[in-house]
Design a protein around this ligand. Structure first.
Ligand SMILES: [Zn+2]
Ligand SMILES: [Zn+2]
Length: 412
């Protein structure tokens, strides 16, 4: 299995100024010195830069790269294939700079980009979705055709700026080495669009927007919990947004609650609005009875990072079983596993989830291309899984994983 890289970031506590080291998967920062908790907030994605070691007096030019870590799922004739993707790629197409960051970002500690940083930051010119297409092509090599649907699920997406300077030739500002044997003709990087970065990481107080109580969560959790007013909060474009949630009680003593998104979809190009439709599309060994036409269909997806094979298995098993338990609108009393998979990623996965149960695949898979899926409503539901030492399992749905495997997947 590919070992995904783990980047580290040097920063300082926004409250007491103590030096701290963050992981790129961190969202909730709890200062070990002043104990203040804050949430690392950005309306889109994190922007980092590599530390430079250039001699004094050089004008640094920061070149942007996309960084992406996640899983590429491809729906093929016979199966759904997954590949772990861990790449960086130019965010501005240029023949004068290296195509990728190479291994440097894994060796050096990064810093957050900030408007005070000296240097000329080149403006990214390649939208994320174009980068995804390039990477998708590269990672689809060797896959049998046709590919009916493909999606990236992850994952970590960020921008990393690498420093360079021009001294007749272009120099790598980290290693102080020329990156090409000859100086490029008429090359003036500061003539390209760019300037000071307008972006800054924000640390927002991890406090309940409703009652002011301290929110709780693990460092890589994207959903925080207010134990005072029993509410859950997720990052949105404008700070925290309240999330509809609940838990299904049960499971006995040795239990771990795993979070799942329940998504009511709006589907175009396919009749899949009710439980009866699901029975037909998945060719389930069930007789369609009255009531089933009225029972709305939901997609289910794990709300935590889990290895690719299990992600599919858990998604499909939950979606096919359409759990309809009454849930209680509180957090479970027993241990609840953190939400680490963004809603957007769960939504991206729905087509692959669908591809996993359509029957007969030969007839239905070719229609995938014309099917559109959007979310109408969403809730987070915690389900009890039984535990025995390292093992975590759901006897009824025959799902199984281990704590070890889950811990590993958290780095994706
Ligand atoms: Zn502090
Ligand atoms: Zn509260």
């Amino acid at each position: 299995m590919v070992q995904p890289s783990r980047l580290l970031i040097d920063h300082q506590c926004p409250q007491c100024g103590a030096p701290i080291v963050l992981k790129e998967t961190d969202h909730l920062f709890s200062c070990p010195y002043c104990r203040v908790k804050s949430f690392l907030y950005t309306s889109d994605f994190f922007r980092f830069m590599l530390p430079h070691g250039a001699p004094k007096g050089k004008t640094l030019v920061y070149f942007p790269y996309w960084r992406f870590k996640g899983i590429l799922f491809s729906s093929l004739q016979e199966r759904i294939e997954h590949r772990i993707v861990d790449v960086s790629h130019q965010a501005l197409l240029s023949a004068n700079f290296p195509v990728s960051l190479g291994l440097r970002s894994q060796v050096l500690k990064l810093r957050f980009v900030s408007p005070e940083t000296e240097g000329y930051f080149l403006k990214p010119g390649l939208p994320f979705k174009d980068m995804v297409e390039i990477v998708q092509k590269r990672f689809s090599k060797g896959l049998p055709r046709p590919i009916y649907a493909q999606t990236f699920i992850g994952g970590t997406m960020s921008q990393i700026y690498a420093p360079f300077y021009v001294d007749r030739k272009i120099y790598d500002g980290v290693l102080n080495r020329a990156i090409s044997p000859a100086p490029p003709a008429h090359f003036e990087p500061t003539a390209l669009p760019g300037g000071s970065p307008h972006w800054q990481i924000r640390f927002i107080p991890a406090q309940c927007p409703e009652c002011g109580w301290d929110l709780e969560g693990e460092r890589d959790a994207i959903v925080l919990n207010c134990t005072n007013c029993s509410s859950l909060w997720i990052q949105s474009k404008k700070g925290f947004r309240k999330l509809a949630f609940g838990h299904v009680p049960g499971g006995g003593d040795a239990v771990l609650y795993l979070p799942f998104y329940r998504i009511r979809p709006e589907i175009t190009g396919l009749e899949l609005g009710s439980y009866a439709d699901l029975v037909r599309i998945a060719n389930l060994p069930k007789v369609v009875q009255k009531g089933m036409e009225k029972k709305p269909f939901h997609f289910w997806s794990p709300a935590f990072k889990i290895r690719p094979r299990d992600f599919l298995r858990f998604s499909i098993a939950f979606t096919l079983s359409q759990p309809a338990h009454a849930w209680q609108p509180q957090m479970p009393k027993a241990e609840a596993y953190p939400v680490t998979l963004p809603i957007q990623e769960a939504l991206e996965s729905l087509k692959i989830n669908l591809a996993g149960f359509m029957k007969p695949p030969g007839v239905l898979l070719p229609t995938l291309e014309d099917i559109g899926i959007k979310a109408k409503s969403l809730a987070l539901v915690y389900f009890p899984f039984q535990t025995q030492r390292d093992e975590i399992f759901h006897p009824l749905l025959r799902l199984r994983t281990t704590r070890n495997v889950l811990t590993y997947a958290r780095h994706l």
